[in-house]
Design a protein around this ligand. Structure first.
Ligand code: FE2
Length: 426
């Protein structure tokens, strides 16, 4: 006796037509073209796309949904955003942080995003946001996986208290070691911060995810150091370089040396297309750089490239609804990832590649995986990127936790009312 059968599902990344997916005790236990087993519940996917959940590999839950407090970011720059966040931090309390985080998590669930890696600023001496978000991690656990990164926003070395506070945050249970080497006082301080932070991660058996080279400076070289220290401390496949926007502006010859070094360290790369295209190149006149890292070249070289939303309605970015298909679509356009396999790679950047960076267990749509599944009103990944369609149903461990009505439009022409369907059956 099964708990659930999802019928007529078209699994992302599979060539089969449609299958039935059998679920028991929160796991996918059977997949076949036609399941005859008894079940307590059925859901007819009607030939629509079924995917494992979207993964947001880079987010800031402590600042989300604060747009306009205490004022707007008028210049649109990263540095005004950081200054504005500094003004806002003393005004926050735990209740406010938790309420905003829960609201964002509800948006995430509705959009089918069931895993989020959020950086949390540890530079506030009270660690208010750390305590509040650790509570949120437990409260949302039945619905989504929230992973926290200890993020020294004001600089691990530049802020004299950051080192002790980062260790305290990790002691409290924050999952991942963060950093921001390009915001330290000098290149050498940035390098030193990378060494110290990788050592902390190695000593504690933790993953690393650093904001790294988030600038337009073609000579910013922290990712080189991050790759070197990752290999030196034996942290291969456990370290993520987030943003890496300076790679956009680097000399091609240097990049031809850098990418193999990153590959050797098995670095994960996280780009944040919505934020990179808006925050970077603010000092350029024309032509203006795009500011996103070299997604195409990194993916072609075999690195794991995932995407994050980074911000939703906060000091750095006033837009967004936490739709990871919007993120993937922006990455596709900015990175000119328009080949068919490249477009599918963009879908993976917000699904399986993110799961790999976050080291999520039981992720996928195969037998044995968690029954965490999202039904999209689309026939394949490319159509999903084109339409950013309704999440018809979202399942977590086999239980439906969100649903949206099918999107449809009616056009009136003369005496006719015509139902418009934007999907195309290939
Ligand atoms: Fe960030």
């Amino acid at each position: 006796m099964l708990d659930l059968i999802i019928r007529n599902a078209r699994r992302a990344g599979q060539t089969e037509t449609t299958v039935d997916i059998g679920v028991k005790a929160g796991k996918i236990v059977e997949i076949s073209p036609k399941l005859n087993a008894e079940t307590s519940e059925e859901y007819d996917a009607k030939g629509n796309l079924v995917t494992a959940p979207f993964v947001d590999s880079h987010f800031h839950m402590d600042s989300t949904l604060t747009r306009g407090r205490p004022r707007n970011n008028e210049s649109g720059t990263l540095l005004e955003g950081i200054a504005l966040w500094g003004e806002l931090k003393p005004l926050l309390d735990a209740e406010d942080i938790k309420a905003r985080a829960h609201q964002l998590c509800q948006w995430a669930i509705a959009k089918g995003n069931l895993a989020i890696r959020s950086h949390v600023d540890i530079c506030d001496p009270s660690l208010l946001a750390v305590d509040a978000l650790l509570e949120v991690v437990e409260e949302v656990k039945p619905y989504l996986d929230l992973q926290l990164v200890a993020f020294p926003q004001d600089g691990f070395l530049r802020d004299p208290n950051a080192k002790a506070q980062l260790l305290r945050a990790l002691d409290k249970g924050v999952h991942v070691v963060g950093g921001i080497p390009h915001f330290e006082r000098s290149m050498s301080d940035g390098s030193q911060s990378i060494t110290e932070l990788c050592k902390i991660a190695a000593d504690r058996g933790l993953m690393v995810d650093m904001h790294c080279d988030e600038s337009d400076d073609p000579l910013s070289r922290h990712v080189e150091m991050l790759a070197q220290e990752t290999s030196r401390f034996g942290l291969q496949s456990r370290v993520t370089g987030s943003h890496l926007t300076s790679m956009h502006s680097m000399d091609n010859y240097y990049v031809s040396k850098l990418i193999p070094l990153m590959n050797e360290a098995e670095l994960h790369v996280v780009a944040n297309p919505l934020i990179n295209i808006t925050l970077q190149a603010r000092h350029d006149s024309y032509p203006k750089r795009r500011g996103m890292t070299r997604v195409k070249e990194l993916a072609t070289a075999g690195l794991n490239v995932a995407f994050g939303h980074d911000c939703v309605m906060d000091p750095w970015y006033s837009m967004g609804s936490h739709d990871m298909l919007e993120v993937a679509s922006m990455g596709l356009h900015v990175g000119q990832m328009t080949g068919r396999s490249e477009m599918r790679e963009m879908f993976q950047a917000v699904t399986s590649n993110g799961a790999k960076a976050l080291q999520l267990d039981g992720y996928g749509t195969d037998v044995g995986c968690n029954a965490d599944l999202v039904i999209l009103q689309a026939h394949d990944e490319i159509e999903a990127l084109r339409l950013r369609p309704a999440r018809l149903a979202v399942f977590r461990r086999g239980k439906k936790i969100a649903m949206s009505p099918e999107q449809s439009s009616t056009v009136f022409m003369g005496d006719n009312s015509i139902s418009v369907d934007f999907t195309i059956q290939n």
